[in-house]
Design a protein around this ligand. Structure first.
Ligand code: G6P
Length: 612
């Protein structure tokens, strides 16, 4: 979960590298560094602890480091604390090889011991230094050049890596290898770029190559050559990125998160329209036929973080519309659980980045056991998208803020569409009901817009509660699923201790934590469960809790109970998560702002978690 960049071309490299790293800072921000070289001159390396801003200032925005070829890194610490010594780039003892790395090298201790015996010494606590020195070792031992040394290193290294290196004997060239960590390459007008993610190079080119697992890339000025682990040259076609560079900028919003919250109506509309063809859902691009759907007996939804919470909501929708049984699983648990996957089942992996290590491992496990897999993924060409049998792309566009908003909303929309089509194809949904539900879905983006209009009241409420220490989110059914996401948003970016509970579970323990003034957010959008949740809110109020009610227009009786009530537009109860989540996102956002926190880059978190 670090960000890496590389460049070789005619202009000065440092500003290009720093600019690319700024776009990747969401991937990690506890230290950063660049290594730049001018022709055959020795490499100049500058590193700083803390956010990229410090490195930018140290190098006068890159102007103080001269050279047209270089690599850079923004770090989220795994091996070794955040420090200048552990920051990348890291070099071999004689600076023959200098490199940056994203991922985790699992057998680093074994490799380190081997290198120590061969006379290498280590300055940092990182696994990256081990990888760099291993490449240096093979380079010198076999004298076969960079491709040979990198191929040998790939054979020895276990774990995940996107490793980018420069070799002293090969000026103006950048080399890279990859396994299970993302890496893309772009070439334009005599210049070549490399990065962990598209936004870093979008300014220069929209035509990108996805480096595959166990592949090597060699970047020269305006050229790239790919090799497999057997050192054979391989041909690759570039993919055209459809987003514009603007989509990865703040466009006047104070934070990416606020911008992305406001992009939700469009993102959800685009996602729905991508499979809606003339009043019918058409999953042919996803690759799921009606025959496939009819044969299903069981669905497993597997994901991490907010994507998992989207899965929890979708589980209720699929189970209500179809006779299919659905299990939602945390990828980090699923991958190690010794469970037998039912025959005729579908494993659905939900992931914004398509790179989350646990989700990817769960996907591989499901495939290995012979079960059909479907990815609901936002990033085109990402590992999960490439690995899954079928892919439903959410069209959220680039999401930069660490706390997800628009990607989560698109995951919900994709889940609804699958649920409706599953029910319809299996003959479990009447034509008129199918059409009604599709109509409701198409109306959702406008209703999200309407929910966003209430933001000033929520801003006021967040300012009033800026010193809140604990918060509880409660709801039943789909409202419980939204509680989970609302609570996660709050703790992620406002650092408020928050918990979500199924409202009916409160009395089994959590209610003992309710004191005078404790903030409790009760979500009540599910008509059939309305009175049940209201009873639980009454129990909270009797213990002195401060109640915020979140319900649909029309349920005005909530005001008699709650201290503060927020209304969302009416929709079919199955889709209410898409509207209820909006005020909760806004509340977390404004609370974080009121506390003066770094909204887009919360402490200790990273957007894309490519380590276990
Ligand atoms: C990280 C992010 C979360 C995200 C989760 C899963 O923890 O901070 O916002 O929900 O990873 O990421 P994915 O890319 O698989 O959706």
């Amino acid at each position: 979960m670090c960000g890496i960049v590389g460049f070789t071309g005619h202009r000065q490299a440092a500003p290009v590298l720093l600019d690319g790293l700024a776009k990747l800072e969401y991937r990690g921000y506890d230290s950063a560094g660049i290594a730049v070289r001018n022709g055959a001159d020795p490499v100049e390396t500058v590193k700083a602890k803390g956010k990229l801003k410090i490195l930018r200032e140290m190098t006068d925005e890159g102007r103080a480091v001269s050279g047209t070829c270089g690599i850079g890194h923004t770090r989220w610490a795994t091996h070794g604390e955040p420090s200048v010594t552990n920051a990348h780039p890291l070099a071999s003892d004689d600076n023959n090889v200098v490199g940056v790395h994203n991922g985790i090298i699992e057998n680093y201790q074994e490799l380190k011991d081997k290198l120590l015996k061969s006379g290498y010494s280590f300055k940092s606590q990182t696994d990256t230094e081990v990888a760099v020195k291993l490449v240096d070792y093979y380079y010198k031992k076999y004298n076969g050049g960079p491709i040979d040394a990198l191929a040998r290193a790939m054979q020895r290294i276990r774990g995940s890596y996107a490793l980018v290196m420069m070799f002293a004997d090969f000026p103006e060239e950048v080399y890279a290898i990859r396994k299970d960590s993302p890496m893309i390459v772009g070439v334009s007008d005599g210049e070549s770029f490399l990065a962990s993610d598209v936004p870093a190079i979008l300014k220069y080119t929209r035509s990108v190559y996805y480096v595959g697992d166990l592949e090597i890339a060699k970047l020269t000025k305006g050229g790239v050559t790919f090799y497999n682990i057997d050192r054979e040259e391989i041909k690759k076609d570039p993919t055209e990125i459809k987003w514009d560079a603007e989509a990865a900028e703040k466009s006047g919003y104070e934070h990416f998160m606020l911008k992305e919250i406001h992009e939700q109506p469009k993102a959800v509309r685009d996602t729905i329209n991508s499979v809606l063809k003339g009043k019918k859902i058409d999953l042919s691009d996803v690759g799921l036929s009606d025959e496939d759907i009819k044969s299903l007996k069981q669905i497993y939804i597997v994901a991490c973080g907010s994507a998992y919470y989207a899965g929890v909501a979708v589980q209720y929708v699929i189970e209500e519309l179809t006779s299919l049984s659905v299990r939602v699983e945390l990828a980090s648990e699923f991958r190690y659980r010794k469970m037998t996957l039912a025959k005729d089942s579908l494993v659905v992996i939900i992931s914004q980045s398509g790179e989350t290590a646990d989700s990817l491992a769960a996907l591989k496990m499901a495939k290995a056991s012979g079960v059909k897999t479907l990815g609901i993924v936002n990033v085109v060409g990402s590992s999960i998208a490439r690995e899954a049998d079928n892919v439903f792309y959410t069209l959220a566009g680039p999401e930069i803020s660490v706390a997800t908003t628009k990607a989560y909303s698109c995951q919900l929309a994709a889940g609804y569409l699958l649920a409706i089509q599953f029910a319809y194809a299996r003959g479990e949904l009447e034509q008129s009901e199918y059409e009604r539900l599709l109509g409701e879905l198409e109306a959702l983006p406008k209703k999200i817009e309407k929910a966003l209009e209430d933001k000033e009241r929520i801003q006021w409420f967040a300012a009033k509660f800026s010193s809140v220490k604990d918060a509880f989110f409660i709801g039943r059914g789909i409202d419980y699923a939204v509680s989970l996401e609302g609570s996660l948003k709050m703790k992620e970016i406002s650092y408020v201790h928050s918990e979500a509970h199924a409202a009916g579970e409160l009395k089994h323990g959590p209610i003992s934590l309710i004191e005078q003034g404790t903030l409790v957010v009760g979500i009540i959008t599910q008509g059939s469960l309305f009175e049940k949740t209201v009873s639980n809110m009454v129990e909270v109020r009797s213990r002195g809790g401060y109640l915020m009610g979140l319900t649909s227009y029309g349920n005005y009786s909530v005001e008699d109970l709650a201290d503060f009530t927020v209304y969302i537009p009416n929709t079919d109860h199955l889709f209410s998560a898409s509207l209820a989540v909006i005020p909760l996102q806004l509340m977390a956002y404004y609370l974080s702002c009121a506390k003066g926190l770094d909204v887009d880059k919360p402490r200790n978190l990273a957007k894309s978690v490519t380590v276990e």
